[in-house]
Ligand binder design. Structure first.
Ligand code: HEC
Ligand code: HEC
Ligand code: HEC
Length: 456
């Protein structure tokens, strides 16, 4: 199930293509009814509201809503040296063209300066732009629809009080007929249920707070839940894991394969600081989630998200096996450092990795991830292990200030394949990975340019 080849970028196009199919189908079936469903009026532009019309309290709360929803991640240009925050122009690349995120600073001409609160609320609740056109689900409105009216109002206050930036929206290069926005209504008809989050009375306040953030604003499922053939998240496989930009976003339920359970404390450390003592670091597309965004929230909110996922993965019922798994991992780590190695794969691993990745009883040392417990070795596919070797881990990812060098130049695909096979064989109880050299080459091809810190 994690073999899904979608990614945030290519996924956007797949979504478009599938949405067109869904819309045509819905159009044929529904005829005039479909048009009535699909059509939204334009909401009249307003004069840009004065910053003084919003209370400081609302703006402060709205900043947290923006942080929990990673608005700046997609609405800030990342290539060409980066761009001004929230001014858009982030290209979501597809094989046939790009979708550019719009400017959501309050610039009246090129941003949302003349959007009323009602227009903004409709975009969040329904995925419809001010002019009545449907937005593509690359904008995660399927999650944002769950955000409360109060939080949307605060978010509006926050955005409308940012410095306006003049940034033209570059035209998408998506071809006809995918460019017909009306057709997105077909996708919505089939897969989108608008509506605010409703607390589950069977759970306490903390659980519900975690669920509210995770399912809505923080849209964890948009990366961690696999999508169906029409590009919508599979409700029946929620949090089963999915591929995003080449990386695997691991399962967040009890299908997560590491031998040590993701307890509330491990989840909290990972989501708050980007590193969990037993499991390892947040790298790749996950790195900004803790470092740039969740670290801004009150600790109680991050704790609530951790509490929610610890319940989903049944941590309490499974944690009993942890000590045994840690003991096995520590024993293995020690063997690698002692005695001459006759196994050439072990020697390769010793030379390249073991100097930093050894541990000894009773438990792994912080900043020295124990590979035997890390999901890069346990997942169905070796994507994350190869990605970590190729990219390395920057000082701003994973544990603050600690880095791992990139082996992009230092290891060939064949070397990486041997290390992967060796670690899988000696550190896990899972079946061997297949076609490793081919997969290493495929992961290498996802890097457009070698990482800056690549070793030689
Ligand atoms: C995963 C990437 C992503 C994230 C996260 C994201 N957006 Fe967007 N957003 C987009 C894209 C892409 C579009 C344009 C979609 C289109 O062209 O149909 C968009 C469109 C919008 C629009 C419509 C603007 C217009 O001119 O029609 C608004 C408003 C918006 N986003 C606000 C937000 C806010 C507020 C947040 C944070 C709570 C946020 N977005 C988070 C990708 C994202
Ligand atoms: C942009 C995509 C994206 C979003 C959004 C995202 N994740 Fe992740 N997540 C990933 C990827 C990719 C990894 C693998 C990172 C690695 O191996 O270092 C990951 C790893 C994780 C892990 C470690 C799992 C393991 O077994 O190693 C946890 C826990 C996690 N994410 C929780 C969350 C939660 C909770 C949220 C929402 C608050 C979230 N993620 C949002 C992409 C995402
Ligand atoms: C110079 C020391 C060093 C070397 C050599 C090194 N690593 Fe690492 N590695 C680290 C550090 C430090 C981290 C954690 C980084 C952080 O959290 O910021 C890490 C993290 C990892 C992770 C965890 C990633 C995650 O998402 O949790 C994996 C997997 C990994 N390394 C594999 C390897 C492999 C395979 C090799 C050999 C090819 C290797 N490392 C060589 C220092 C090193």
């Amino acid at each position: 199930m994690v073999n899904d080849t979608s990614s945030r970028h290519r996924g956007a196009f797949t979504l478009l293509k599938r949405a067109v199919g869904a819309a045509i189908l819905a159009g044929v079936v529904g005829g005039g009814g479909f048009l009535a469903y699909a059509w939204y009026p334009s909401i009249a532009p307003i004069a840009k509201p004065a910053a003084s019309s919003f209370s400081d309290e609302a703006v402060r709360r709205g900043a947290l809503v923006a942080a929990a929803g990673y608005c700046a991640e997609c609405h800030t240009r990342q290539d060409r040296g980066g761009g001004p925050a929230l001014a858009g122009d982030y290209a979501m690349e597809t094989p046939f063209g790009a979708i550019y995120s719009p400017n959501i600073t309050p610039d009246p001409e090129t941003g949302i300066g003349h959007w009323s609160e009602a227009a903004f609320k409709r975009a969040m609740n329904r995925g419809v732009s001010r002019d009545g056109s449907h937005l593509y689900p690359a904008f995660p409105f399927d999650h944002f629809t769950k955000v409360s009216d109060q939080d949307v109002a605060d978010l509006y206050a926050y955005l409308m009080t940012r410095a306006p930036v003049h940034m033209e929206h570059r035209a998408n290069t998506v071809p006809f007929p995918f460019s017909i926005r009306l057709l997105q209504a077909g996708w919505k008809l089939m897969f989108f249920t608008p509506g605010r989050f409703r607390p589950d009375p069977n759970h306490d306040t903390q659980w519900n707070r975690g669920a509210y953030l995770a399912e809505g604003d923080a849209h964890c499922g948009s990366c961690h839940t696999p999508r169906n053939l029409l590009g919508a998240e599979k409700a029946s496989h929620a949090y089963d894991g999915a591929v995003i930009d080449g990386w695997i976003a691991p399962p967040l339920n009890d299908h997560n394969p590491t031998p040590v359970v993701w307890t509330e404390d491990e989840l909290f450390a990972y989501l708050r600081h980007g590193v969990a003592p037993l499991h390892g670091s947040a790298a790749g597309p996950m790195a900004p989630v803790p470092h740039q965004f969740l670290s801004q929230l009150p600790e109680s909110d991050v704790r609530a998200i951790a509490h929610y996922y610890a319940d989903l993965d049944h941590a309490a019922a499974r944690a009993g096996q942890d000590q045994a798994a840690i003991a096995v991992a520590m024993a293995q780590s020690k063997i690698d450092l002692t005695g001459p190695q006759t196994d050439p794969d072990a020697r390769l691993y010793q030379g390249a990795c073991a100097a930093c990745h050894y541990n000894a009883a009773p438990a792994p040392v912080s900043g020295r991830p124990e590979l035997a417990l890390n999901n890069a070795l346990w997942l169905d596919e070796p994507n994350n292990l190869f990605m970590v070797m190729l990219h390395g881990i920057g000082a701003a990812e994973g544990q603050d200030g600690i880095a791992m060098p990139s082996f992009y130049a230092g290891l060939s695909d064949a070397d990486m394949a041997r290390i992967a096979a060796y670690l899988r064989r000696t550190r896990t109880t899972r079946p061997p990975w297949t076609d490793l050299e081919k997969k290493a080459a495929a992961m290498r091809a996802t890097l457009k340019t070698p990482p800056i810190n690549a070793s030689h």
